[in-house]
Design a protein around this ligand. Structure first.
Ligand code: ATP
Ligand code: MG
Length: 440
């Protein structure tokens, strides 16, 4: 019989169907057995005799032929999408048996510590709440793509192997490249910028690699970057407007398509005011000083506690979980940043912060060939290391800018996860590449 998906059983009351999936949980009352069967669309209750179902174990893969029945009102399960029906099993086939489980997948929340969860990654993916994280993340990435395509951006594939590290080398992985050395790309920045000189508007969804020598809860060594870059800017604020449009677009799609996933985490979309507030770095630091007495007014960047504080300010004073912070120190940024003509000590770069943490960086980039070349030398870089970049800007290149959002950070802070590793299917960090490295 043709397979019926779990979610479609709601429309098959009174019919005999075949459902296929995994035994999510089993409640055995000897004569009568209840199974929650899981497929990619959800869970449905199967009820059958002990003879038919009692041998089953969690995660056995089965096919059930049975009759879809409406549940009596007092037995309706409001937590289940299919909670108004159940399937009375007539026939059961084991398609693939499971070994005994090392972790209990039957609880509403996986009650294991993060390292244990990651040690059993292939299994933890089967838990509905873990699946929700990645369903929401897929919507975030899909929405990013849709938002960009709607604005006529071209998707490109960023290279992972690069020849040099013109953005600063401390956090880069060196790889052996035949008899030479190469690096893993920290960001597609230079590629996306140079591509604007041919395609005007480009975006990419790509892996970036950072040898972050720390074990914070928001850094991975391999992360997913949502990059956009475009030119013919009238003003650097065009970059902010484009980014705000993209973020609002993503939130709208998540709100429309991820109600179930948000509910599982009791999560809500970040609060947005009419326009995302914006502060210069020095203004933000002044506010932080006034609010906390902590003097960070000379610092080149916001420390994690500063990011939390300025987000708290934005929420209290502007009714926004999101805030742009701009005008970082030109000399502390890469060679391509655009100094503010009003005060070149600071540049037209901007971070977007949300719920206490940085979600993205962006800004206007230099487009004048001579200035770029001068900076390359001043920043102590080799011209040949940025040869393709220079080539692009030598032959006509209008004002450009863009931004990069971290997909795992967005997922983490929408759902209120404690650790960014939960928002990466296969997180890599100093201690783990799939398995814990010290276990090797
Ligand atoms: P942070 O200051 O938080 O370490 P960054 O300024 O080094 O971030 P960018 O180079 O600006 O990061 O990267 C753009 C975005 O990519 C960040 O705003 C963040 O959302 C994400 N991101 C950067 N590094 C990581 C990482 N190691 N793990 C996960 N996401 C990251
Ligand atoms: Mg940044």
């Amino acid at each position: 019989m043709e397979r019926t998906l779990v979610k479609d059983t709601l429309n098959k009351v009174g019919k005999t169907v075949t459902v296929k999936g995994w035994v999510n949980t089993k409640r055995d009352h000897s004569k009568i057995v209840f199974i929650d069967l899981r497929d990619r669309t959800g869970l449905v209750q199967i009820v059958g005799t002990g003879d038919l179902l009692s041998s089953l174990k969690p995660e056995d893969v089965i096919a059930i032929e049975g009759l879809v029945k409406v549940r009596p009102e007092k037995l309706v399960n409001p937590h289940l999408e299919t909670g108004t029906v159940e399937i009375e099993a007539l026939k059961m086939t084991v398609l693939s048996p499971s070994s005994e489980l090392p972790i209990d997948l039957g609880k509403e929340t996986l009650e294991v510590e993060l390292p244990t969860l990651l040690d059993h990654r292939s299994l933890s993916f089967r838990h509905p709440k873990i699946q929700a994280i990645f369903k929401l993340q897929a919507v975030v990435i899909d929405a990013f793509r849709k938002a960009m395509v709607a604005k006529d951006f071209l998707e490109f594939q960023a290279p992972a192997i690069i020849n040099a590290v013109p953005e600063g080398g401390a956090e880069v992985f060196k790889v052996k490249y035949f008899d030479k050395e190469a690096y893993l790309s920290q960001s597609p920045q230079l590629y996306k910028s140079l591509l604007t000189t041919a395609f005007e508007r480009v975006f990419s969804v790509n892996q970036m690699f950072r040898a972050e020598p720390s074990t914070t809860s928001r850094h991975l060594t391999e992360a997913t970057s949502l990059d956009a870059e475009f030119n013919f800017l009238e003003s650097w604020e065009d970059v902010l407007d484009m980014e705000e449009y993209v973020v609002r677009f993503i939130f709208k799609e998540v709100e429309e398509r991820c109600q179930k996933e948000l509910a599982l985490f009791e999560a809500t979309i970040p609060l947005m005011s009419n326009k995302f507030p914006i502060l210069k770095l020095r203004e933000a630091q002044e506010i932080i000083f006034k609010r906390t007495g902590r003097d960070c007014r000379e610092e080149k960047d916001l420390a994690p506690e500063d990011e939390r504080e300025i987000c708290a300010w934005a929420k209290e004073e502007k009714g926004s979980d999101l805030i742009f912070v701009s005008h970082f120190l030109t000399k502390k940024k890469p060679f391509y940043v655009y100094p503010d003509p009003a005060d070149p000590t600071y540049c037209l770069s901007v971070d977007l912060l949300c719920r206490g943490v940085e979600w993205s960086s962006g800004g206007q980039r230099l487009n004048d060939y001579d200035t770029i070349l001068k900076n390359v030398k001043e920043w102590g870089l080799q011209e040949e290391d940025v040869a393709l970049y220079l080539q692009a800007f030598k032959y006509g290149s209008p004002q450009l800018g863009g931004f990069a959002l971290g997909a795992e950070r967005i997922t983490m802070y929408i759902l209120g996860l404690k650790n960014v590793r939960e928002a990466s299917m296969f997180p890599r960090d100093m201690e783990r590449i799939d398995i814990h490295l010290s276990a090797q």
